[in-house]
Design a protein. Structure first.
Length: 154
């Protein structure tokens, strides 16, 4: 029973890290492996944890950013985040449409991933269902790329 609880704790930690900004899959998959999960197991639960947050982010990011932008303490930080995200993503997404959003999420490099994809989709007013599907597919591809990389060079 104790081992089962320990296993669930490790899995929940990996899911939590996968759902967080910045770390996302790039932090969660190696964490899972370092906690004793197999690379495949770590990848699957990391992908699920990263995808699980996407519907909520797509629904709440725009209203939350608008609210915080109107508050003195947060206005400059939110303005900077919006400006930076749009500067980095607008041309790619406008040029390639949903494929651009997919590429933004699927290529596992710093400052890309589900959170950035959700912010970009919200700011560029991409349809919720389209964004949800494309970002989820991008997370899946990113997770598989990371798993293959970690197995090969890990």
């Amino acid at each position: 029973m104790f081992q089962l609880i320990q296993q669930i704790k490790r899995e929940l930690l990996v899911i939590l890290v996968a759902a967080m900004p910045i770390s996302e899959l790039r932090g969660a998959i190696p964490l899972g492996i370092s906690l004793g999960l197999s690379p495949l197991h770590s990848t699957i639960i990391s992908i699920l944890g990263n995808i699980a947050i996407v519907p909520f982010l797509l629904k709440i990011l725009e209203p939350v950013m608008d609210y915080l932008e109107g508050r003195f303490l947060f206005s400059s930080a939110v303005g900077w985040l919006k400006k930076r995200t749009l500067a980095r993503t607008r041309s790619t997404i406008r040029r390639y449409s949903l494929l651009g959003l997919f590429i933004l999420v699927a290529i596992p490099i710093p400052t890309t991933g589900a959170w950035t994809g959700c912010i970009a989709a919200s700011l560029l007013k991409i349809d919720y269902e389209d964004a949800l599907i494309v970002i989820s597919l991008g997370v899946l591809v990113s997770g598989l790329i990371l798993e293959k990389y970690l197995i090969a060079y890990g």
